[in-house]
Design a protein around this ligand. Structure first.
Ligand code: FPP
Length: 254
């Protein structure tokens, strides 16, 4: 079955499914504010939405989903909000991890655990250990994560390992990042209308496609994800090379 009307099911040939989708889940605060609710209510609604989007990713056949849950800069938010986010994180691990495990989701963490309260550190480590052999979807949680800090961390590890300058290639460098072994994101989505990278996966997004939407994260549902996948499917990824169209138009040698 092939048609060009875009009305087909999830396995329709014209929907190209990226291997790795990364999301900056922005707009929880404004979503709450628009309803006269406290900001933490927005984070709770955002957390509920995350569960739906994980399920949608599994249904679409996406293999890696990275989410920006808490950046190294987020510590500067009001104390109540930071405490609230840490509590939500603990609750989410307790409530959701058994079900994620049942669904075959592997949880990975990128970022630093130093500075995170010990109980939460323990829960994160246990969730990673419990799910480490799951294969259906790899959920990469960027928590206490910063792209520049990650690069500095990698440089320190390389120096500590005693590598010679000529041994440091791009491929070797990538093995020292938190994301070692994870393919680079094909598609990065940022919700809420902001169009910034905000210190997210600076190295890994060198050739990612970006998709920006004004929709606030708690309202970014499966239909919105499908729109992002449709937009991605229409993109031509060139990785710095000449496009296929330009190539066919070019004069031929000989
Ligand atoms: C951005 O909205 C969102 C965050 C800083 C936190 C995202 C966290 C969650 C969705 C819940 C916790 C995550 C996990 C993995 C359990 P914002 O507060 O910057 O919104 P605003 O820009 O409208 O103020």
């Amino acid at each position: 079955m092939s048609s060009r009307d875009g009305q087909q099911g999830e396995t329709a040939p014209q929907l190209r499914i990226p291997t790795h989708v990364a999301i900056i889940m922005d707009g929880n605060g404004r979503w709450a504010q628009a309803r006269g609710l406290p900001r933490l209510a927005g984070h709770r609604a955002g957390t509920e939405n995350l569960r739906r989007i994980i399920e949608a990713c599994v249904e679409f056949g996406i293999r890696y989903l990275t989410i920006y849950a808490f950046s190294t800069e987020n510590w500067a938010r009001p104390r109540d909000e930071v405490e609230g986010l840490m509590s939500i994180m603990e609750e989410v691990i307790d409530k959701e991890v058994p079900e994620l495990h049942r669904q075959g989701v592997q949880i990975r963490h990128i970022g630093a655990l130093e500075g995170v309260r010990p109980e939460l550190q323990r829960k994160i480590r246990e969730a990673i250990e419990l799910t480490r052999h799951n294969q259906r979807l790899v959920l990469v949680v960027a928590f206490n994560y910063g792209g520049r800090a990650e690069i500095v961390h990698a440089v320190r590890q390389i120096l500590a390992a005693g590598l010679k300058p000529e041994e440091v290639t791009e491929a070797i460098f990538a093995q020292y990042l938190y994301t070692a072994g994870i393919p680079d994101p094909d598609l990065v989505i940022r919700t809420s209308g902001e169009q910034r990278i905000s210190n997210f996966l600076l190295w890994q997004t060198a050739y990612s496609e970006w998709y920006f939407t004004p929709v606030y994260w708690p309202d970014f549902d499966k239909a919105e994800l499908r729109k992002a996948l449709e937009a991605y499917s229409r993109r031509e990824r060139r990785f710095g090379r000449v496009s296929a169209v330009d190539m066919s138009a070019a004069p031929r040698d000989g």
